[in-house]
Every structure is written in structure tokens, then in C-alpha cells.
Write a protein that binds this ligand. Structure first.
Ligand SMILES: [Zn+2]
Ligand SMILES: [Zn+2]
Length: 631
């Protein structure tokens, strides 16, 4: 009899949270060919090591199943990530403006400086956004575009010139270009309540050439890996058309360079032509085509434009037009007939209950049974709608948008109404499938720990306590919302989401113990070692691990100033100048490896292997400038 093959990796001396109720806290884990092959006692697992087995001593760090974001726009976001300055987690407007000034000083025309969501004025100590004057002073010549939630964009004068808005530019439907006394645009764009004007304006900025988009996407994935994210469900997005805008992700997939598992939904692009999109897509594609790394997950989150209610809580709830039901039914019929599940963006119960009328009607003729369809967001969902979803066998994908705009919700609807917005604990108790995610990157940050913190503490980023204890989750339940609960939404139950024999070997080793840190520290957690398919995709370190454990792109590239690439044409040539430019643009902070290596009071010994190697390679770079508050 031949010996069973030795594992590729054994992890030992960690505090494992498997979320497998039959085996909740083992001592060691073995991985072979991308799957967990043993989860149990160190005394049983260690002797199975072979000559090629990497044994990693985790020095008591907490290990969790890899996090899965149920709703993110990562495929679109990756195309732009390298061009964005991010204010995620920045604690003051003064810090944010200092970052902006540094970025402006190093940004070659015709590139813009963009801050595209992921923050709220409530997180700033000053509790306000910059004024247009402040932005114009900071950036007299470089176009600056700042997107705040779904409600507004701030453009400096250079950006207004770049997009060509003048006194003669009409307001689009549902949007407003604010004017001064003489009718000239001030630079403030408002969603009233339709955010299309914000996105259409953003789309006028320069694009990265293809190869740079590839590099940019790898950096975005890597930053998600840094936070312990190993899987996501991509919700498509405006200006993100299938299949044209999927070439970058397809190439990364074909070359084996994805460091994130992505299930993606197809998002229709044109009002009144939605049916054509779904007829074409269902006839040319197969639901779940792809593999464990990249897989088609059905339609949505936009099915028809007439059903899209924007979640701007500073303005009144929009009523969906009367044609909504007819248009939605036509699309849902196509999807149900082809056994394609869908997701539908819906903020308010008024929209949800009308959509449910449609789903129930279609269900009478074409049973939806077993189809993993769901609503996204569902902030104000009613008990009655939860019951109707339960009956139809659907789900609810919640995100932490209220962490960013809870203050505005309370202002308009009151603290009492906010207590169950959304009623996460109640949906869980009802048995309806429910999971968590971010809806990053344009409203919320892609940082999963902000969401976990919101689920556990019930607080906004501005510190406002929204929820009473009964609508908050314990830490383990919150973690399930971010792991095993998400697998139903991509129809991958039992394949991942736990640390269990036979499941895909995706996990994160955390810098601090999620289960014992004070609750206000949860939002600052990150990973020190992330594995996807048993492969290291992020490592601040791997103490006893081998060299070469740390993978990922090391240089974030931007086209050079004045080059033809800067205009988005031609093939890029990456050389020393690009690299130096990159460093000036995006590396104003000390090397992250040094920061991670520093020991904080009361913290366990940091994991620091791999640093020297990374620094020699020109430093690992983050997508966002690290916030001063982030350790
Ligand atoms: Zn949405
Ligand atoms: Zn979304």
C-alpha cells in the first residue's frame, strides 16, 4: 500500500475558528492541492508532513475562514484602482486634504485626482466635507473629482473644464449641476435623487490602458487579500458592460493570476433595452459557467432601470414609476425560464413589495423553487416582505451602507425607524438566507472589518449608535454572515466558508484576535497571511514559512506624464521612470512592512518574515494610502 501523499502546507499553533460546528477549534490544519485535507489534533497532523511540506507556526494568531463579500464592484473597481486616492478610514478632513495636496503635487496632467467614495463626512472629526474653495486652492490646475456617497460630487475648476460643463449644460433628469448667480457651474453636482450624473461625469476622466488596468486590478485584489477577503460576488455596475469590460478579469483568470474568487452577476446597461440584454446573455452563456475562481452567477443587481431606487437618505424616497412591474416581469421571466438566479438592488420596502408581486406572479407559472435569487440592501424591509421572501425561497444580501449614512437616515426618519434598518437579526431569525458584504467601492469602503464592526456594535463610522442590542450580532454570527452564509448566494454551499476537510483552502491569519479585541478595534483588523486555494496571496509575514510565501504584484503602475499612454492609447512600456513616478505618486508613507513589523503594546509578537524580500522588490503598495488611524 502506498502512503497517502504528504500535505503541501501544515498550519499549527494557531487559534483556529473553523465555523464547522462539528469541529470548532482544532489545533492544526493540513492543505493539499488547494483543499483542506485534515483539520484536527497537532499530534495526528504533524507526523503526516513530508519532505516538501511547509509547516507554519502561527504563534497563537487567530485564523478564520477566508472572508466572502456578498456584494462588491471589484471587476469595475479594479480597472481604476491605481488612479484613486482613497479616504477610507481617514479620521479628519485635515488629514484627507493633506493627502489630497500631496497627490495633486505628484499627479501629471491629464490625469485626475479622484476620491471615489469609501468615506463619509461623518467619519471626519470636523464632520464636514471640504468646500469648493478649499479644493480649488489645493488644486489650481489638476482636475480633482471627489465622490461622496450617492449624493454629491465635488469638482474643482480644472475638472469642470475637463468635463466641459458650462452655463449652457442642462441638468440631466434626476440630477443637478449647481450654479452661481450668473448661471455658471460651481463644481457641485447633486443626485436628486439619481446618481447617474455623478457616474456619467466620472466616466469622462482618463482611462488606464489595458495593461495598466491588469496591474491595477491585481493591486485591488491584493488589498482585499490584505484584509482577509478571499471570495466576492461581483454586482456588475453602471458603465460595466458584459462582455466588453470583462477582458481584464478574463485575462487574469486565464493566466492563473486571480488572487480572489469571483462570482459575477450581469448588470443591464440601457434603460428600456434590458430585455434584449438578458435574452442575449442567457442564450450565449450558461449559468455558473467558469470555475471556482471565476463563475457566472446570474443577473443583476440592475434588472430594469425602472426598479432601481437610489439610497440617498438626504432626499425623499423615490417612488418607482408605474411601468416597473411590467418591465421587471419580462426580465424575470427570461431569467426564470433559463434557471438563472438574480439579485435585485432595492433599498426600500415599497420597492421590495412591488418586486415581490412580480416574483410571486412569475412563480405561479415558472416555479422559482431552488433558484438562489435575492434582494440586495433591503434597508427598510418589512416583516411581511421577509415572510414573502421566505415563502418563495429567496434571500437578502445586506451591506453596511448605514454605517456611512445612518446619520442622514435618522435625520429624516428618526432614531426609532433606524433601529431596524436593516433588521439583520430579524431576517436571520426568520430563516431567510442572509449574508453580508460592502457594496464597495463608491458608497462604502471595501474593508470588511468596517462591516463586521457595524454588525457587532450597531454603530456608524461617525460613532452614532443605530441599533439596540437585539439588532446587533455576536461576533461569531457576524463572521458567519461574512463566510458560510455567503456561499448560498453564489450557490457554492459546502465548498467553502468553513475550515473543514474537503473545502477549498481559503483562510486568513489575523493580526489581532477578532474574538477578544475591544469592539471598537474590530474595524482596524487585517490579515497577516491570507491563503486562497492553499496559496499565499498576501503575507505581512510567515515566520517559520519558506521564502517566497509572499505573492502578488509589487509595483503599481501608472502611465508616465506626457506619454501617449497617459492619454490611454498604445501599449505601455514599464521602465524605471514609471516605477519612480509610481513611488512619488503612491508611496508617501513609510514602507507598510515596517509599520506592520512594529509591535504594539499588548499585542502578540508580530509576524515579520518576508519584509526584506518585499522591500527589495520595491515595496508592496496599497491601493489606498494607509490611514493614520490604521496601525
Ligand atoms: Zn445597489
Ligand atoms: Zn452595488
Amino acid at each position: 500500500m502506498s502512503q497517502p501523499a504528504a500535505p503541501d502546507i501544515i498550519l499549527t499553533n494557531g487559534r483556529f475558528t473553523t465555523l464547522d460546528r462539528t469541529n470548532p477549534s482544532p489545533q492544526a490544519v493540513a492543505i493539499k492541492d488547494g483543499r483542506f485535507t485534515a483539520v484536527g489534533d497537532a499530534a495526528d497532523i504533524l507526523p503526516t508532513r513530508g519532505l516538501g511540506t511547509k509547516v507554519i507556526d502561527l504563534q497563537g494568531h487567530r485564523v478564520i475562514p477566508g472572508l466572502c463579500d456578498n456584494h462588491i464592484h471589484v471587476i469595475r473597481g479594479g480597472l481604476n484602482f491605481n488612479m484613486e486616492l482613497r479616504w477610507d478610514g481617514v479620521p479628519s478632513l485635515a488629514d484627507a486634504m493633506a493627502m489630497l495636496k500631496r497627490q495633486v503635487a505628484n499627479t501629471p496632467p491629464p490625469q485626475w485626482v479622484r476620491v471615489v467614495g469609501g468615506f463619509t463626512e461623518q467619519q471626519f472629526a470636523e464632520k464636514r466635507l471640504p468646500t469648493l474653495d478649499e479644493i480649488n486652492q489645493a488644486a489650481p490646475d489638476t482636475p480633482v473629482f471627489i465622490l461622496h456617497l450617492y449624493d454629491r460630487a465635488l469638482l474643482n475648476a480644472a475638472a469642470l473644464r475637463a468635463v466641459g460643463y458650462t452655463r449652457d449644460t442642462p441638468n440631466p433628469p434626476g440630477g443637478e449641476i449647481q450654479r452661481d448667480g450668473s448661471g455658471n457651474p460651481t463644481g457641485l453636482l447633486m443626485a436628486n435623487p439619481n446618481a447617474s450624473i455623478l457616474y456619467a461625469t466620472l466616466a469622462k476622466g482618463p482611462k488606464l490602458p489595458f495593461d495598466y488596468q491588469v496591474n491595477s486590478t491585481r493591486h485591488f485584489m491584493r488589498d482585499l487579500n490584505r484584509l482577509g477577503v478571499t471570495s466576492v460576488i461581483d454586482a456588475g455596475g453602471g458603465f460595466q458592460n458584459y462582455p466588453d469590460d470583462y477582458a481584464v478579469i478574463e485575462q487574469l483568470h486565464a493566466e492563473g493570476q486571480l488572487t480572489l474568487r469571483i462570482a459575477y452577476n450581469l448588470f443591464t446597461q440601457k434603460a428600456k433595452e434590458e430585455k434584449d440584454d438578458f435574452l442575449r446573455w442567457t442564450s450565449q452563456n450558461r449559468y455558473q459557467q467558469g470555475d471556482d475562481y471565476l463563475r457566472l452567477n446570474g443577473g443583476g443587481e440592475m434588472l430594469v432601470f425602472s426598479a432601481a431606487d437610489f439610497e440617498d437618505f438626504r432626499v425623499e424616497r423615490p417612488d418607482m414609476p408605474p411601468e416597473m412591474e411590467g418591465e421587471l416581469e419580462a426580465v424575470v421571466r427570461i431569467l426564470a425560464q433559463n434557471r438563472w438566479p438574480w439579485r435585485l438592488h432595492a433599498t426600500y420596502d415599497e420597492t421590495i413589495s412591488r418586486a415581490l408581486d412580480v416574483f410571486e406572479k412569475v412563480n405561479e407559472e415558472i416555479p422559482l423553487d431552488g433558484l438562489h435569487w435575492f434582494f440586495d440592501h433591503a434597508e427598510t424591509i418589512s416583516d411581511r416582505s421577509i415572510d414573502r421572501i421566505a415563502k418563495l425561497g429567496g434571500g437578502v444580501a445586506v451591506q453596511h451602507r448605514m454605517a456611512y449614512q445612518g446619520e442622514y437616515f435618522v435625520e429624516r426618519y428618526g432614531a426609532k425607524a433606524a433601529e431596524t434598518t436593516p433588521p439583520v437579526a430579524k431576517i436571520l431569525a426568520s430563516g431567510v438566507k442572509v449574508s453580508a458584504g460592502t457594496d464597495a467601492t463608491r458608497v462604502a469602503s471595501y474593508d470588511p472589518w468596517v462591516s463586521l464592526s457595524w454588525l457587532v456594535t450597531g454603530r456608524t463610522l461617525g460613532g452614532l449608535r443605530l441599533y439596540p442590542e437585539r439588532n446587533c450580532l455576536d461576533r461569531e454570527t457576524a463572521l458567519r454572515m461574512w463566510t458560510e452564509n455567503v456561499t448560498w448566494f453564489s450557490n457554492e454551499e459546502g465548498r467553502k466558508g468553513n475550515i473543514a476537510v474537503g473545502q477549498l483552502a481559503d483562510l486568513a491569519v489575523l493580526d489581532r484576535d477578532y474574538f477578544t479585541v475591544p469592539s471598537d478595534e474590530i474595524q482596524h483588523l487585517q490579515s497577516v497571511l491570507t491563503l486562497v486555494n492553499g496559496r499565499p496571496v498576501y503575507g505581512a509575514a510567515a515566520p517559520a514559512g519558506p521564502a517566497g510565501m509572499v505573492a502578488g504584484p509589487h509595483v503599481r503602475r501608472l502611465p508616465e506624464a506626457g506619454s501617449r499612454h497617459a492619454q490611454g492609447r498604445g501599449r505601455p512600456a514599464c521602465g524605471g521612470r514609471v516605477l519612480r513616478l509610481y513611488h512619488r505618486l503612491h508611496h508617501p508613507w513609510p514602507c507598510p512592512c515596517q509599520r506592520l513589523g512594529r509591535r504594539r503594546a499588548g499585542q502578540r509578537r508580530p509576524l515579520v518574515l518576508g519584509c526584506a524580500r518585499l522591500c527589495l522588490l520595491g515595496c508592496v503598495t496599497w491601493g489606498m494610502m494607509p490611514s493614520p488611524s490604521r496601525p
